[in-house]
Structure formats: structure tokens, C-alpha cells
Design a protein around this ligand. Structure first.
Ligand code: PLP
Length: 406
């Protein structure tokens, strides 16, 4: 399932470039299929909205009854506007401020606390509350060093060995721990890491330590293929093993608990395309350098994580293949979407489609060099709809002046 090249090209004609397009049907399908892959009666999928906070996609996921993983008060506020009820949202920010904690508390959203320091401060201010605790699973995995959130070198979660200190604070402030959480990393390379993280965290999630548990949340991180020849993980097999591990745990715990996951990438990555137009071609002593009308602030993963994004030349699909560096329009040498990429011949005026641009692309965007973020369109039920316009230069400047006045 994907959007045809003809439909993408028509959207370019209708809305111009640079343009993000998301396949809304695929987003809902990816969300729903996780329930088939992980057949646990009390499974709840909390979409990690940091990966893509497009309002139209949020509304589609809300219609599908999804839950959410959020990381800032503004994310919660946007989620509430999209229709999500507060009981379907978890708050897993790190290094929170007092102001932020108060805001989330007043919104009635369950807090997931990941440090002893924050737990102490929270307990003092909000004794007798229900909370979730984030532990560091002590497993290192992820698509890139910056995407590994387990192990000694990360800032995330409470160390498993500190469970007794946690218990002291909980007792002191009469807190009720309803959930235990871990997140190992994004784009987990080995399914074994998922199982190992589960086992590590479940070892401390005992009835003795935490008698009031309602759920255990095993985070996100499910990888998707970015390269055309990359194999898709067998999620049905992985889900069967997950259910076995959790079922054994629940028997020991003496209660059928809910199991949560928080995928972002899995749900939205493959649904997205960023469409750009080529405006300049240079031949630097045989090196073909392509310049287009977007740059790394609008899709940062290749520059930030060395991430591969497949690129298709939509307007010359039968052109002879050649090797091209595909660059942006930003004043930085590293402003590149692809290096030495073999692709159908690229000419000035061609439209390139940067694929798998649904997760951590628009949402990580900025207006560096003062170029407005692209417009966004959603394809759903056979219809393409522009859901967010690109700011004009005048609007961008108005926004900046507005910020100065504040
Ligand atoms: C706590 C937490 N949960 C879930 C996710 C989602 O990860 P992914 O998009 O790889 O599924 C992240 C992302 O890093 C995260 O930090």
C-alpha cells in the first residue's frame, strides 16, 4: 500500500513544493495491525506523537481509538483538541520543570517519572497521587547512537538497581505506582533487545515492589525498512514471544495486567513523502550535485542520524540511472538528503519524492535560514486534502516579530 506516483505528482501541481504528503489510511492500518501482531487481551497502543503531530493524522488515530505518548504540555493540549481523552494519554517528558509538572497535573494526565529527583519533588507536592515510573532497561540498541535510550550513557529512566530508593520515596509520600515503563531506543535492530528489556524491567515489577500495577509499558522502537531491499521484521513472531513473556509474568504477579507499547516510527514513517523540486545541477569535476528547493531543516534525519531515505525521481522514472548528490538550499555543506545516490537521471525542474518521511521529519523541522516549513497534505479514502499551508515570507516574519514583542 502506498500513494501512486501519479497522485503525488497531481498534488505537486495542486499545492506546489516543498510539500509533505501522508497516507492517512496507512497510518490507521499500521496502528491497527499491531493488535493482530501482539495478541494480548489488554494491549494498548500509545502512538508517540512526537514522531508526527500533524493534526489530521491525530484525528484519524483518535477516531481509531488510539492512545498517546506525549512529551510536552503543548502536545497534550493539541491531543485534547484532536479529541483524545486525558485517560488515553501518558506524559513521558524528561528533565521536567515545576511549571510543566503543574500544568500536566492540572490537565489530569498520568505522569511517567524517570528520575529519583523528580519523583521526590513530585511526591512532596502531590502526595497520594497515581504515577507511572520509567526505568532504564539496561539494554543498548537503536538505529543510531543518539537513538539509544537504554544503558549507562543515557539520561533516561531510573536505574533498575535504585528500586529500593524508589520504594522509600513512594512510601514517604503514599504514591500509588500504577505503571512501570521502559523505552530501549528507536529503530531497534534486534528483536532480542525487546525481549531482554522486557525481562529486565519485569524482574523489578514484582507484586512485592509494586502491588498496585495496572499496566507495564514497553515503549516504542519498532523499526521499519528504510532501504528498498531491507527486510521487514516478522512482527507476528515477535508479538508471540512478547505475549509469552508477559503472560508468564502476569501469572507470577497474580493479575492480568495491561501491556502498553508506544510506537511512533512504526505507525507513521512509511506513510510520508516529502516532495521537492530540483532547481540547479552542477558538475564538479564529474560529481553531479543536485540542488533543490528544500533543505535539512525541513527533513533532518539524513544529516542528523546519517539516515537513509529512498528517493524517487517522479518526473523521469525511465531516465538512465546515474550517481547524484542530492542537496538542499541551506548555507551548510552538510545540507544533503543523499550522497552518491544512484537514481534515474535528474534534470532541473524534476520533482523528487523523498520516501519514508512520515516520522521525525516534519516534527523535527525548523525555519533555519528563515525558510518556512513545507505545506502538508493527507491522502485518505482516495482523497488528497491540504491540511496545513506553507507560511508566506510575510507570515513567517509576522511570527518572528510577534515572538519579539512577547
Ligand atoms: C519514551 C519514548 N516512547 C516512544 C518513543 C517512540 O519511538 P519510535 O518512534 O522509535 O517508536 C520514543 C522515541 O524516542 C520515546 O522516547
Amino acid at each position: 500500500m502506498s500513494i501512486s506516483n501519479e497522485v503525488l505528482l497531481q498534488a505537486v501541481k495542486d499545492f506546489g513544493t516543498p510539500l509533505y504528503i501522508y497516507d492517512g489510511d496507512m497510518v490507521v492500518q499500521r496502528y491497527k495491525e499491531l493488535y493482530d501482531f501482539i495478541p494480548w487481551p489488554k494491549l494498548k497502543i500509545h502512538y508517540a506523537m512526537k514522531s508526527n503531530y500533524n493534526f489530521e493524522l491525530l484525528k484519524l488515530l483518535n477516531d481509531a481509538n488510539a492512545s498517546l505518548d506525549t512529551v510536552s504540555p503543548a502536545e497534550i493540549m493539541l491531543a485534547l483538541k484532536a479529541g483524545f481523552s486525558k485517560d488515553r494519554i501518558i506524559y513521558t517528558a524528561n528533565n521536567m520543570t515545576e511549571e510543566e509538572v503543574d500544568c500536566v497535573q492540572s490537565l489530569g494526565v498520568l505522569m511517567n517519572l524517570g528520575s529519583l529527583s523528580r519523583l521526590e519533588k513530585y511526591g512532596k507536592k502531590y502526595p497520594r497521587s497515581k504515577i507511572c515510573l520509567r526505568f532504564n532497561p539496561d539494554v543498548v540498541d537503536g538505529e543510531h547512537a543518539s537513538l539509544m535510550t537504554g544503558g549507562d550513557l543515557t539520561k533516561f529512566g531510573i536505574l533498575l538497581q535504585d528500586v529500593d530508593k524508589v520504594k522509600e520515596i513512594i512510601k514517604k509520600y503514599d504514591l500509588t505506582v500504577v505503571g512501570i515503563h521502559e523505552h530501549t531506543g528507536s529503530g531497534l535492530q534486534k528483536t532480542e533487545s525487546v525481549f531482554q528489556s522486557m525481562k529486565n524491567v519485569l524482574k523489578i515489577a514484582t507484586k512485592d515492589n509494586f502491588p498496585d500495577l495496572e499496566f507495564v509499558d514497553f515503549g516504542g522502537g519498532f523499526k521499519v525498512p528504510y532501504k528498498p531491499d531491507e527486510e521487514r521484521v516478522d512482527y507476528a513472531a515477535m508479538g508471540a514471544e512478547i505475549v509469552k513473556i508477559f503472560s508468564d509474568f502476569c501469572k507470577e504477579y497474580g493479575k492480568e495486567l495491561a501491556m502498553y507499547f508506544e510506537p511512533g516510527k512504526y505507525i507513521v514513517a512509511e506513510s510520508g513523502y516529502m516532495l521537492v523540486e530540483v532547481n540547479t545541477i552542477k558538475d564538479n569535476n564529474g560529481r553531479k550535485i543536485v540542488g533543490c528547493n528544500s533543505g535539512f531543516p525541513q527533513l533532518i534525519r539524513p544529516m542528523f542520524y546519517d539516515a537513509y531515505h529512498h528517493i524517487v525521481n517522479l518526473s523521469n522514472q525511465n531516465g538512465i540511472e546515474g550517481e547524484f548528490d542530492i542537496c538542499g538550499n541551506i548555507c551548510e555543506t552538510g545540507d544533503r538528503f543523499a550522497e552518491a545516490r544512484v537514481i534515474n537521471e535528474i534534470r532541473e525542474g524534476d520533482i523528487l519524492s523523498i520516501e519514508n518521511a512520515g516520522a521525525y521529519c516534519y516534527s523535527m523541522g525548523s525555519v533555519y535560514n528563515l525558510r518556512a516549513m513545507p505545506a502538508e497534505a493527507v491522502y485518505h479514502n482516495g482523497e488528497m486534502k491540504l491540511v496545513r499551508r506553507r507560511l508566506t515570507n510575510e507570515q513567517l516574519i509576522e511570527q518572528i516579530l510577534g515572538e519579539v514583542e512577547v
